[in-house]
Write a protein that binds this ligand. Structure first.
Ligand SMILES: [Zn+2]
Length: 59
């Protein structure tokens, strides 16, 4: 599953159940006026995270 991380506040966005239940939750499908819940930044501030393990913190 591809996730995105906010380069400003490190908020990590990932859709519930990988977006399988609701494709609109996939990051690429979010509206252009979507804002980071953590800091209010735009989508362009997010960077792709190829592998993200929510159970362990990446150092
Ligand atoms: Zn943010």
């Amino acid at each position: 599953m591809t996730t995105y991380r906010c380069s400003i506040c490190d908020y990590v966005y990932y859709p519930k159940n990988g977006g399988k239940d609701n494709a609109a939750e996939i990051f690429e499908n979010l509206p252009t006026n979507w804002r980071c819940p953590g800091c209010g930044s735009r989508k362009i501030c997010f960077v792709k995270v190829e592998k993200y393990n929510s159970m362990s913190k990446v150092e």
